[in-house]
Design a protein around this ligand. Sequence first.
Ligand SMILES: *Cc1c(COP(=O)(O)O)cnc(C)c1O
Length: 377
Amino acid sequence: MTPTKLGDIRLPPKLLPSDGRFGCGPSKIRSEQMHAVMQKSVTLLGTSHRQEPVRHLVGSVRDGLKELFGLPTDWEIVLGNGGSTVFWDIATFGLIRRKSQHLVFGEFSSKFAVATRAAPHVLNPQVIESNFGDHPHAVATPDIDTYCFTHNETSTGVAMDLRRPIDSGDALVVVDATSAAGGLNWIPSEVDVYYFSPQKCFSSDGGLWVAACSPRAIERIEELRASSRWCPASLDLGIALDNSRANQTMNTPSITTLLLIREQIRWMLINGGLPWCVERTKVSSKILYDWAESRTFTQPFVVDPVKRSPVVGTIDVVGVDVAHINEVLRRHGIVDTESYRKLGKNQLRIAMFPSVEPHDVAQLTRCVDFIVENIKP
Ligand SMILES: *Cc1c(COP(=O)(O)O)cnc(C)c1O
């Protein structure tokens, strides 16, 4: 395929999705969210995060998340600046007592394990790995005080059911839910810390971390803050907890990010809450996976249908260079369909977060069909 021939491919307008953003983060932001930001552009943007209006905003994000996740009243929403990557360091200081266990099945889950291994104040973590495209299972182990799971491995498109390991005593279950939160179901009693950044299912911007914490997690935070362990203030979960209880963050947050996430939570709740979001991602992903199974040139990367993520679809492409498909898509405003850069597969990766219209997923598959039919070797 020569570049000129590729450049000749024009997608018929009737096949185009209404919005071409299929990336896994930053991801599609709905225009209604941007309108909400504009509406508050004078009253909230550019005003102090220590004053009532912004604190009210933070409070409504915290309350809205408790409602969305159906959390018991004694759970708390803690938040701060830095995103999930920073939360790995925060957890290494403020949640892991001595030793953690990590289920590693992709890029993101491996990074938390790397962070704890590098920390001098905790023991080397126990790492349980599986092949990419699958996920391992936790093994209850007496010296483990923190089990670290990933609800949805964004790099591979594998989702796992969250279950507290049997016989795990008072150990914490700490879950990276960055791409799952707001799109997948979970049961609070199986989890102690459910943390995420808001640029995925919550269609906001990056740079913030949010952690739903069980009473047991709060106890651990208090235990470790009272210990002699040194912790930089910016990574101190105890300080973050105090600030969150006052509907603040330790240092200045992005108010735009908070407005975007609040608007998304509102939209999710008005439409029927988490069950509605989960149903929507299920519909979108069924369209994608059914399509991939029905074509000769595609197949879902994740073999076990139960483990296939409803929010991040990874589709192997056979016999056609996926870079060519992506090039034509991008030229038509359909973007970020590339596979995770380090996975190195001839693969499409499609985000199907709640903001993505299921019909747009169907349109995307039609576009790919059209491109492949028109790529003649
Ligand atoms: C995106 C992502 C992260 C990283 O989030 P940042 O906000 O960039 O730190 C971590 N874990 C998972 C599962 C993700 O999808």
